[in-house]
Design a protein around this ligand. Structure first.
Ligand code: CP
Ligand code: NVA
Length: 309
């Protein structure tokens, strides 16, 4: 049974198969076609944190493909200790075809995947956001074509989004620079994991955003305080004050550089309005692509499950 708990669950070939499938379904959708590939199929979503894009793009994708979705919060799913995780996974997967999860702990998703009889998808944990990174590659490919050799400069936190993006770049021969204040870089544990799996990766870390963006193809940022870090927001605001993506930073990057953000954005903190709404910004096509990518992923996972059945 294939799952997507992290991009490390996929081979580079799997990753490109998902991107191709998503692109094909997007083309059909834009022509007004919604192939009914999954009539009667059920997506169950178990979410501990809020979500606009992930939750709704997953549900819309399943509905477009002919299926439907059930959404459960922590309490409704019993993730607060009402029953064991193994029991929850066995029960939910017995009447659903796909499970998506948004959690604090990465291990929670991996544990549910262990006991689930259907594929489990990570819709964000504190450590990973694989569907976002896949969507980002899809979006970059639409604008720049070939991914290999392209350079993403992530100005911000060494968090779930940037870690998944780093894995995605390593899998596709891209370059990535994380420009982060000291103390907010990738953990040593993550760097070791990445290097063990992809020894030739071109992921580097620096503390100088203006130097880093000079040869960027994409300038990317995310919130300074992620969900669950609200109490640390003021300290982070001070630490990241020189890391705002604004017109001055974008003027240092090549004119052709694109701007991306996974959203939600805190306008005026990590990014200014003029960059978010400017001509280099891809943020809204990027958000739309969450839905197209979800379709590609669902089709790929359910086809894999069917091959094994
Ligand atoms: N980018 C993203 O995952 O957005 P949501 O938190 O709204 O799902
Ligand atoms: N890093 C952010 C991403 C939100 C989609 C968070 O975890 O809150």
């Amino acid at each position: 049974m294939k799952h997507l708990t992290s991009l490390l669950d996929l081979s580079p070939e799997d990753l490109f198969a998902i991107l191709d499938q998503a692109a094909e379904l997007k083309t059909l959708f834009k022509r007004g076609e919604r192939p009914q590939l999954f009539p009667g199929r059920v997506l169950v979503q178990l979410f501990e944190k809020p979500s606009l894009r992930t939750r709704n793009s997953f549900e819309a994708a399943m509905i477009h493909l002919g299926g439907s979705g059930i959404f459960l919060t922590t309490a409704e799913a019993g993730l607060n200790g009402r029953e064991s995780l193994a029991d929850i996974a066995k029960v939910v997967s017995s009447f659903s075809d796909l499970i998506t999860m948004r959690t604090f702990s990465q291990k929670l998703i991996e544990d549910v995947a262990k006991y689930s009889s259907c594929p489990v998808i990570n819709g964000l944990s504190d450590e990973r956001h694989p569907c976002q990174a896949l969507t980002d590659l899809m979006t970059i490919r639409e604008s720049l074509g070939e991914l290999r050799g392209k350079h993403i400069v992530f100005v911000g936190d060494g968090n779930n989004v940037s870690m998944s993006l780093a894995i995605a770049t390593a899998m596709t021969g891209m370059k990535m620079t994380l420009a982060a204040p000291q103390g907010f870089e990738f953990t040593q544990e993550f760097t070791t994991l990445l290097t063990d799996r992809y020894p030739d990766h071109q992921v580097t870390v620096c503390t100088e955003p203006f130097e880093a963006v000079r040869n960027a193809d994409v300038v990317y940022t995310d919130v300074w305080a992620s969900m669950g870090q609200e109490d640390d927001a003021e300290r982070r605001k001070a630490a990241f004050s020189g890391f705002q993506v604004n017109a001055k930073l974008m003027a240092t990057a090549p004119d052709t550089a694109l701007f991306m953000h996974d959203l939600p954005a805190k306008r005026g903190l990590e990014v200014t309005d003029d960059v978010m709404d400017g001509p280099q910004s891809l943020v809204f096509p990027q958000a739309e692509n969450r839905m197209h990518l979800a379709k590609g992923l669902f089709v790929w996972l359910l086809n894999q499950a069917a091959v094994r059945a």
